[in-house]
Design a protein around this ligand. Structure first.
Ligand code: HEM
Length: 128
């Protein structure tokens, strides 16, 4: 049977867990990003991000069952997301995506989305 969603095609939940775990290893030591997150524990943030991405790519809807409609721009309003934060986020995410070693076509599809989403999340009026 051929996989019908990108979620399935790239290996389901374990792949998304690995992606987000790698991303948060980067966040933990990123001087721009780390201060935006709770002081103690990055785990809850990592879990929300994992569930969101799984749902977005056609996996289970657990994110919305727990958190409701994503409304990601609204949920980021409390944080300053300028061009520098966006670029730092994308740098850590790029590393994480590459660590998965996906077939090029899937990697590109995933990356295009993440890049667009990161640009969309900017909530300051500074230029690049
Ligand atoms: C939450 C930062 C982009 C998805 C958060 C939080 C911070 C943050 C500080 C709160 C942590 C927490 O959940 O406790 C940023 C920065 C970005 C960025 C600096 C730079 C562009 C993105 C993008 C996506 C995303 C592009 C999706 C593709 C999420 C999700 C949550 C979250 C799903 C949890 C929302 C919830 O249910 O409360 N982000 N984010 N973020 N972010 Fe981002």
């Amino acid at each position: 049977r051929t996989p019908t969603t990108l979620f399935e095609a790239i290996g389901g939940e374990p792949t998304f867990r690995k992606l987000v775990d790698e991303f948060y290893v980067g966040v933990a030591s990123d001087p721009l990003l780390r201060p935006l997150y709770p002081e103690q524990d990055l785990r809850p943030a990592a879990d929300r991000m994992t569930l969101f991405l799984m749902q977005y790519w056609g996996g289970p809807n657990t994110y919305s069952e727990q958190r409701g409609h994503p409304r990601l721009r609204m949920r980021h309003a409390p944080f300053r997301v300028g061009p520098a934060e966006r670029d730092a986020w994308l740098r850590q995410m790029r590393r994480a995506v590459e660590s998965l070693d996906l077939p090029k076509e899937y990697e590109e599809t995933l990356w295009d989305y993440l890049e667009r989403a990161a640009y969309f999340m900017v909530n300051t009026d500074e230029g690049d």
